[in-house]
Structure formats: structure tokens, C-alpha cells
Design a binder for this molecule. Structure first.
Ligand SMILES: [Ca+2]
Ligand SMILES: [Ca+2]
Ligand SMILES: [Ca+2]
Length: 421
């Protein structure tokens, strides 16, 4: 329990994970699997007429697509960089699903919002959800927003199942009010401060009671609060906290409209891009900034003609112009024959880069083979090239000398190159 600034909230506890926290499923009055469990996939499901394909999970952590490769999450319990999220195209648990790795992310200011970037865009059958983009900074704006007493879907862990990827329950409630400068202490005493909207858990017969009246619980953090606007599910909030108004339980969400510009900036910076799995950590270190909009992989921050993606793949410095040759050529003499060699520095543990080595006598038809790291470097086909040395630089990069498998003979040139995609 913590003290909060808003006097109507007597006791509010962060919706954070802790070893002592008991957890439970979202509470939904008159719950049935058919009406309230997404993956029971019944025609009577209360959100059956809408696509929930934007909603992904990894273990108990939630994220909702706001573009083909950007997810909106709760900062205090967001999918971690490196984790793989699962999305389902429909409510059929046996239907198409897709997995994507979270490669970068950023907290929005001091709020409980966290925006993540996925390694590859999802196909169009996974429909990103629009989000509120009008700012609410006072009580009058809240009334004008139409959100007061608006009916919303509350999402959380379903009472039906413990299979976390398929654990999605949907209830309803009405938005009670807005809380400005709300502060909640979460895991590790991290305080989030932002604009919240909340619903109140009423009893049957109360004027604010709706069918399938719902109240969030632990581990529902990060799921979206959704309102139907112009026939379309729209993200109003991201589940943040639970608490009490002194009489009833309340469910609080960060109001996303006040952060719409920051969210949109990330969507725009990474629009449609493929991002290799190690890129986000590398870039935040290289640029010394947590603002991921500053260094998307297709940008060339130092103006040296190499994109940040290229600088990552070849372990260059993305903040200093690199005008020298990208690799070093040499020859090796073995048993009286001469072999061409290429020395390059490459990223370890990022097979998203799909390194390939090419060699041959004709630039227009070089032979290729894979070059991968898996507890050590190896080439797929040693008749193309071999690794003559590999040095661990200790910073997740290795310097490799790659030797052509075919000797140079007089009057017949040989070519080598390394690529990635
Ligand atoms: Ca209510
Ligand atoms: Ca550059
Ligand atoms: Ca550079």
C-alpha cells in the first residue's frame, strides 16, 4: 500500500509482480468461457465482432500492436528485449499465429507506458489498433473527450486457462474518471507518474454496473483498455494499477492520448523496418541514449554513407564517420599456393543478420555459403571459404579472417565478399 496524491484513492497498490504477490485472473461477473474467454473461440464471445490480433503476449507480459512492428506495453511489466511474443490472427488457438522478438524499447517519460519494437513487421492479417490521440489535461477536456462513463473492454488473464499465450479474458466496465499526475510505486520502487483513467467495480443494481462488469488483478498489467469508436476497437489505456476508492475496487490504466505524440514518433522512426535482434542494445550503448527514435537502423547519424544497420552488422562506430575500407584483404600461402583472405569484424549471436560469404572467379556468379555463430563460428560449405582465424573481441563482436577455398592461379582472379541482410 502506498500513499497517493489523489484523496479519493485511499489505498492503491502497484500492479507489479513480486514474489509475495498472489495473483488471480481478471474478475468478470457472470463469466462464462463462451462469452469472456477469447480462445474458447465461441460466436457469443463479447468481442467476437472485433479483431484482437494486435494483442501479443510473452509469459504474463502483454503488448498491443499500434503498427506492424511496434507494441504498446506497461513499463512496470513490459516484454523484455530479447523475449519472443506470440500473436494470434483470430480467436482460434489452432489458427495462424506469429512470433516476433522484441529488439528495442523505450519508456515514455515518467509514465507507465513502454513502447517496444519487434524484429520484423507482422503481416496485414494482424491488425494494429488505433489509439486515442487527444490530450486530456483538465476535467473539462475529460468531459469533452466523451470518455466519462464510456463503456470499455477490460482485458486480463482468463479464468479459463493457465496456458499463458492463450490466457486472455475480456470483460467490461465504464470509465469513472481521470486522475492527473497519478503516481504509483511499482516493482523495485520504480515510481510511475502520469495521467490515468479508471473504472470502478460496482455491484449488480448500481447505476454504473454493466453486464460482465470486470475488475483487473495482478498480471493484467499491460493489457489494453479498449473502447469501440466508430465501430473500431481503439486503445484508450494500458492497464497500470488496481486500487480502491474507499468503497469499491478500481482498475487504472495509463491514458494513452496524453502520450500519443511520443508513441507516434517511435512508430514513424521504425515504420516497416526489419531490426536485427541485437540492434537495440548495441545502438543504445553506441549512442548513449534511451531515446530509440534517435537511431533507427535505416538512419545514417554520422553521415558516412553507412546506415546504422550496416555499422551494426560490421561492428563500426555509428557516431564517427568510417571512410576506410570495410574489410582488410590479404593472402595466405599454404603448401605453395596462394589464397585470398578477407578480415572482417561481425556481430556474435545475431543470426537475424544472415551473414553470407561469397567467393569465385566471376564477380557476376560467386558461390555463397552461410557464416553463423553457435558457440563458435562455422561456414555452411567449406568448398566456398573456410575460417582461418576467429578472435573474440569481448564485446559481442568477433574479428574473423575468412580464406577462399580455391587458390589463386596466375591469370585467373578470385573475388570474395561478405554480406548480410
Ligand atoms: Ca462499474
Ligand atoms: Ca553511418
Ligand atoms: Ca560510422
Amino acid at each position: 500500500m502506498i500513499r497517493v496524491k489523489n484523496p479519493i484513492i485511499l489505498g492503491m497498490f502497484a500492479w507489479a509482480i513480486s514474489s509475495s504477490a498472489a495473483y488471480a485472473d481478471i474478475t468478470i461477473d457472470d463469466y462464462t468461457d463462451a462469452t469472456n474467454d477469447r480462445f474458447t473461440n465461441d460466436a457469443s464471445f463479447i468481442a467476437a465482432s472485433y479483431s484482437l490480433s494486435a494483442i501479443g503476449k510473452v509469459s504474463l507480459r502483454w503488448g498491443t500492436l499500434v503498427s506492424s512492428n511496434v507494441v504498446l506495453c506497461a513499463n512496470h511489466y513490459h516484454p523484455l528485449v530479447g523475449q519472443t511474443m506470440t500473436f494470434y490472427a483470430t480467436n482460434d488457438p489452432n489458427g495462424d499465429s506469429q512470433q516476433r522478438t522484441v529488439v528495442a524499447g523505450e519508456r515514455i517519460g515518467e509514465s507507465d507506458l513502454w513502447v517496444g519494437v519487434l524484429n520484423e513487421p507482422l503481416p496485414g492479417t494482424y491488425e494494429p489498433l488505433p489509439f486515442m490521440n487527444s490530450s486530456i489535461t483538465n476535467a473539462i477536456y475529460f468531459i469533452q473527450s466523451g470518455l466519462s462513463n464510456a463503456e470499455v473492454f477490460l482485458l486480463g488473464r482468463s479464468p479459463n486457462t493457465d496456458d499463458v499465450a492463450l490466457d486472455t479474458g475480456v470483460g467490461k466496465n465504464r470509465i469513472t474518471s481521470v486522475l492527473f499526475n497519478q503516481s504509483v510505486t511499482g516493482t523495485d520502487d520504480v515510481v510511475a507518474t502520469g495521467t490515468a483513467i479508471y473504472t470502478t467495480q460496482n455491484s449488480s443494481g448500481d447505476s454504473a454496473y454493466v453486464t460482465y462488469e470486470a475488475q483487473l488483478q495482478n498480471y493484467d498489467s499491460g493489457a489494453p483498455m479498449l473502447r469501440v469508436i466508430n465501430g473500431e476497437l481503439t486503445i484508450v489505456g494500458v492497464n497500470w494499477f488496481v486500487g480502491s476508492d474507499g468503497t469499491n475496487n478500481i482498475s487504472g490504466a495509463t491514458y494513452v492520448g496524453n502520450y500519443a505524440a511520443e508513441i507516434q514518433a517511435i512508430i514513424d522512426a521504425y515504420d516497416g523496418l526489419s531490426v536485427p535482434s541485437g540492434y537495440g542494445d548495441w545502438a543504445s550503448t553506441q549512442f548513449g541514449s534511451t531515446d530509440i527514435t534517435e537511431y533507427p537502423p535505416n538512419a545514417d547519424n554520422d553521415g558516412d554513407g553507412r546506415t546504422n544497420y550496416d555499422e551494426y552488422a560490421l561492428a563500426y562506430d555509428p557516431t564517427t564517420p568510417d571512410y576506410y575500407a570495410p574489410s582488410e584483404f590479404s593472402t595466405a600461402d599454404l603448401s605453395g599456393s596462394h589464397y585470398g583472405q578477407l578480415t572482417v569484424t561481425l556481430q556474435q549471436n545475431d543470426n537475424d543478420l544472415n551473414y553470407l560469404i561469397y567467393s569465385g572467379a566471376d564477380l557476376s556468379s560467386l558461390a555463397s555459403t552461410t557464416l553463423r555463430y553457435n558457440s563458435g563460428w562455422s561456414v555452411g560449405n567449406s568448398s566456398v571459404a573456410v575460417i582461418s582465424s576467429a578472435t573474440d573481441n569481448g564485446d559481442n563482436t568477433w574479428t574473423l579472417t575468412l580464406r577462399d577455398a580455391t587458390a589463386v592461379t596466375e591469370g585467373s582472379p578470385r573475388f570474395m565478399r561478405v554480406s548480410y541482410d
